[in-house]
Design a binder for this molecule. Structure first.
Ligand SMILES: [Ca+2]
Length: 664
């Protein structure tokens, strides 16, 4: 009796120690809020629906609205910039926290951050370091446990290969008799839209009804599922997406096929997760495995390069891009898209399944706001692991998130500081029921999320004092917590200029059946700068000035870079080295693409990732171009975030270090 009394305040620690859970975190890429059956979709996702039905669903879970930044916040438990961005040099990652606590750690899929997963605590890794790749052909960034891995020429499909390798890693974890942490980062359903043929054929014809019909069906199902109140408003179709019935039959056919491809890719993710869950069940591990499922950002509206639009998307070489109209549907009932800090960009489906640990009615919904930064503190608490405040070679900042363990235990969530939202020029802040958001540095808008989750009624004019307080808090957090530069913190514009983006689909009919913005953007291309007969073209989101032998690029967030499409004759065949000096105040990953024939259009051809240190100092870079053929065209993307990048001494050299071309 005495022992029991002593134990009461320490109730939990007096229970016989339950084995710590295994942990499976699944991240999908560019999956919209309503793309799963259990979030309103018509796409068949029985595995995820079952996990949600036996577990719980968050209705207000945020990501960062973009690929790499969500990975930083998920793995690092901090706001992206606070964590040191893709370098993670101001963070300690989930596997680095769990390994000292005795966990076996493994990852499969897309990395998209600096170095490799095996440099950040993952004991096993299979996947691609790049932000996206061809689903059938992969790319040159594939790694297996830290070593380059050659993608097989036949029978390869990334979504399937990720689970094949994940299952092998679980076999190793079981052999070591350790609890495990497995992180699967599917590239699906990110563009290029390349489903397997059987998955595409399953959905053929289902989207001929068009996006207005599908959007209405999804929002109705969301209310039936209890994700939103019966009176909740959905955002109306935006002006930049035409009514389906006004589209030409050719555009309707193309758009229907694009959504068919997306549905097939999402269905495949669910099928592969089904294979994984069946394996856990067979091993007797499903009950005490915490499964968490998220998307890294909302559906993507960027309609970039589609090739072979008349052919089926599962044939070799066919690469279709995303559709703005379908992105609007896929983010139901919200507004805007990937990259924007409105709910369409930041709201992710979020499923937790853990029969042994979740003390809520199976199938519950949780309406408390949460964010990917909460995952690390949650897992540390459940694993009984300590989050270190020092780490060799890094300067860890305080965690931004709060543990979700009380939510699993059926309690109220901890009080949390505001959720800071930022990607490039898109900003937001969620504080209790209020949210402010700015579209690409346009004036702040204010929404009451308790009444208006779809952000239909901007009430900034009615509550200037709330806007002022929240904007001040955004800036305070940006400076103190995220450590942003003054340029990154500059105030938003005074006047709105309209919410448009040049890479949203162009449905004006100017391009006939071609809705891809690619043809539209050709008209917007800046004229190529002639430099001794060798044209250099600044890509979209880039302006180029050539001065004193330097290529001075002013880049915006997104996909900036330079294209070198018309070479003087390159007389020698490869391999080559592309060498230059770079001084960057931009950010993000760098890559180049090259082609060796006139038929292949960039960014098809070969892709090579390389590192740029964005510290404002000059650095030497030498990139091997591994080809036995003759170079035809080149594209150089030294950053994917805004800022000025200077390049000088740009030379294409032969294997024998002879200079074959030089720019400018
Ligand atoms: Ca993404």
């Amino acid at each position: 009796m005495k022992l029991l009394v002593l134990c009461l305040p320490l109730f939990m620690s007096c229970l016989p120690a339950a084995p710590r859970p295994n942990i499976l975190v699944v991240l999908t890429d560019d999956l919209g809020y309503s793309d799963l059956g259990c979030y309103g979709s018509e796409i068949e996702t029985p595995t995820l629906d079952r996990l949600a039905g036996n577990g719980l669903r968050f209705t207000q879970f945020s990501n960062t609205a973009k690929c790499h930044s969500s990975r930083v916040s998920l793995l690092g438990g901090r706001w992206c910039k606070q964590a040191g961005d893709a370098s993670l040099n101001r963070a300690v990652t989930i596997p680095e926290v769990l390994v000292p606590a005795g966990y076996f750690t493994a990852m499969a899929g897309k990395w998209h951050l600096s170095k490799e997963p095996t440099d950040f605590g993952f004991q096993r890794y299979f996947g691609h370091l790049s932000g996206a790749c061809d689903y059938y052909k992969g790319d040159q960034t594939f790694r297996l446990n830290g070593k380059p891995w050659t993608v097989p020429k036949e029978g390869f499909y990334t979504t399937v290969a990720n689970v094949d390798h994940a299952l092998a890693f679980l076999g190793e974890a079981r052999a070591e008799q350790k609890p495990w942490f497995l992180y699967i980062a599917f590239n699906a359903p990110h563009a290029p839209l390349q489903p397997l043929d059987e998955d595409y054929k399953k959905y053929e014809g289902r989207y001929d009804a068009g996006w207005d019909v599908i959007r209405t069906a999804r929002t109705a199902k969301q209310k039936e599922l209890g994700l939103f109140g019966k009176d909740a408003e959905s955002s109306p179709r935006p002006d930049h997406v035409p009514a389906w019935e006004t589209l030409t039959p050719a555009i309707q056919s193309w758009e229907s096929r694009r959504m068919t491809a997306l549905a097939g890719m999402i269905d495949r993710v669910d099928q592969e997760l089904g294979r994984l869950v069946a394996n856990l069940e067979k091993a007797g591990e499903l009950d005490n495995t915490l499964i968490l499922f998220f998307s890294d950002n909302g559906a993507c509206p960027y309609d970039r390069n589609s090739s072979h639009m008349a052919r089926p998307p599962y044939e070799p070489g066919v690469r279709w891009s995303d559709s703005t109209g379908w992105a609007w549907v896929r983010n139901s009932p919200f507004r805007y898209y990937k990259q924007n800090q409105f709910e369409g960009g930041i709201a992710t489906p979020a499923i937790a399944h853990w029969p042994a640990g979740i003390k809520r009615v199976p199938g519950s919904t949780v309406h408390s706001p949460a964010h990917l930064v909460d995952v690390l503190p949650t897992l540390a608490e459940l694993a009984g692991a300590t989050v270190p405040d020092t780490f060799p070679g890094r300067e860890p900042t305080p965690l931004a998130g709060v543990s979700l363990a009380p939510v699993f235990a059926g309690q109220e969530m901890h009080q949390r500081p505001p959720i800071h939202l930022l990607f490039g020029q898109d900003r937001g802040l969620r504080d209790g029921d209020w949210k402010i958001a700015s579209f690409r540095s346009q004036p702040w808008q204010l929404y009451n999320m308790a009444k208006d989750r779809a952000e239909v009624h901007n009430v900034a004019a009615e509550h200037p004092e709330i806007v002022e307080r929240m904007v001040a808090r955004w800036h305070e957090m940006a400076e103190k917590d995220l450590m942003l530069s003054e340029r990154e913190r500059k105030p938003v514009a005074d006047a709105a200029t309209g919410h448009r983006h040049p890479e949203w689909s162009d449905y004006s009919g100017r391009n006939g059946a071609v809705t891809s913005s690619r043809t539209g953007s050709k008209a917007r291309k800046a004229p190529a700068k002639k430099t001794g007969g060798k044209a250099i073209r600044a890509r979209r989101e880039t302006s180029l000035k050539i001065q004193d032998g330097e290529l001075i690029m002013t880049c915006e967030d997104g996909d900036p870079g330079l294209a070198f499409e018309r070479f003087g004759p390159v007389t020698e065949a490869g391999p080559y080295t592309l060498a230059f000096q770079v001084k960057s105040e931009a950010g993000g990953g760098a890559e180049l693409y090259f082609t060796t024939d006139a038929k292949t259009t960039l960014p098809n051809g070969e892709r090579v990732d390389f590192a740029v240190t964005h510290d404002g100092a000059w650095h030497e870079v030498a990139i091997p171009l591994k080809t036995e053929k003759t170079l035809h065209a080149l594209r150089l993307d030294p950053c994917d975030k805004g800022g000025v990048v200077r390049i000088k001494g740009l030379e294409l050299r032969s294997q024998g270090a002879k200079v074959l071309q030089a720019w400018p």
